[in-house]
Design a protein around this ligand. Structure first.
Ligand code: MRU
Length: 367
């Protein structure tokens, strides 16, 4: 089974790939194709994929070659452009086919709301033609870097206000850096910025079972930035907090319900529970596009369940008895009450003092 719907995607032709320099952007539009770092191959190999069809893109998103809520949203928007150029000919313009591709892209992964948001925004330009769709998608890629930088700045201020302007010990989960976005990152972007200011003593990186986004990707990004880190098994995090090794936890989000409940990589809820037990600030960093105000609380968020084989084997090595069943939710929901603050490019949302935010609520935006 490949996703929550139980559907297996049609096999997509293997996209072209090549080795890439380490400063390769995670996602770009080059000569009519989506060029993306293949996140499955890191850290062993820095390889890029050249995706020229919606089927290839859907396969890349489902297999986590492209992953992270903002990145899959931007890739989805560029995918609408791929579809638009494919269905545009001198003789006519099959807008219905583009809209059908957009719906398939939205369904590729169900939890991160950024995917539906970005695909719908790009698809909203379909009537204006393929160039307009591409321009919208590329504008979103540009905006992602700007929103990331603004959220990072705001979150740095918050963390320093909470823990003091001294080299600090941070814990993070999954990967929320450059790879998971177009450029700056969210929670990991904050850590990298604090590192640039000389304010990180150590980062504990949860390995992030079962696909090791922390051990493989976050550790790789931290290493490139020269920031001290140690990878730990996910279950070591509460013990690290109990031993005083963590001043603040920083994570990203895949979908935030109207009341501030946060869906993020499986294991986040456990981290928040342990952080609350030890009175450690637990900060979520995510763009406004991750908020889903149509969903009242976390109980309404669809959690993707992935292939049990991701749990019973790793890298081709079987780690459980033959036929072992597995429970493999890709995400969990952290109740708002366990979260210290949710920081976006526009505001700091503090669940403890808040009424649920509205997009147009100026009071929330000032905070
Ligand atoms: O399954 P993944 O690797 O796509 O999950 C990613 C996460 O859970 C991230 O924390 C989230 O998307 C935020 S990325 C800035």
């Amino acid at each position: 089974m490949d996703d929550a719907t139980g559907r297996r995607p049609a096999p997509a032709p293997e996209p072209a790939s090549r080795a890439a320099p380490v400063d390769q952007p995670s996602l770009a539009w080059v000569d009519g194709a989506i060029v993306a770092v293949d996140q499955r191959a890191l850290p062993g190999e820095t390889r890029v994929l050249r995706l020229t069809s919606v089927d290839q893109l859907i396969a890349a998103i489902r297999s986590l070659a492209i992953r992270g809520a903002p990145a899959i949203g931007l890739a989805g928007a560029l995918g609408v452009a791929l579809s638009a150029y494919r269905h545009y000919t001198d003789g006519g313009w099959d807008q219905a086919a583009v809209r059908a591709d957009a719906a398939r892209l939205v369904a590729a992964r169900p939890t991160a709301v950024n995917l539906a948001w970005a695909v719908r925004r790009a698809a909203g330009r379909v009537a204006a033609g393929p160039d307009a769709v591409l321009a919208e998608a590329l504008a979103m890629v540009e905006e992602d870097a700007a929103t990331g930088a603004a959220a990072v700045e705001r979150a740095c201020e918050l963390v320093l206000a909470r823990v003091g302007a001294r080299p600090t010990r941070l814990l993070t989960h999954c990967n929320t850096g450059r790879l998971a976005t177009a450029a700056v990152g969210t929670a990991l972007g904050v850590i990298l910025e604090l590192g640039r200011r000389g304010l990180v003593r150590e980062v504990l990186v949860g390995e992030t079972r079962p696909l090791l986004q922390g051990a493989r990707l976050t550790a790789w990004e931290l290493g490139q930035a020269g920031i001290a880190y140690r990878v730990c098994v996910d279950s070591a995090a509460p013990a690290a907090m109990a031993q005083g090794l963590v001043d603040c936890v920083l994570v990203g989000a895949d979908r935030i319900a109207a009341n501030g409940d946060v869906a993020n990589k499986i294991g986040t809820y456990g981290l928040a529970t342990a952080a609350a037990r030890h009175a450690i600030p637990f900060v979520v960093v995510a763009p406004e596009s991750t908020w889903d105000r149509a969903t009242a609380d976390g109980s309404g968020i669809v959690i993707e369940e992935r292939d049990p084989a991701e749990v019973t084997a790793y890298a081709g090595v079987v780690t459980a008895p033959p036929g072992a069943a597995a429970y493999n939710p890709a995400f969990d929901v952290t109740p708002a009450e366990l979260i210290t603050a949710i920081v976006s490019e526009d505001r700091v949302f503090v669940p403890g003092d808040a009424r649920p935010p509205a997009a147009s609520d100026p009071a929330d935006r000032e905070r």
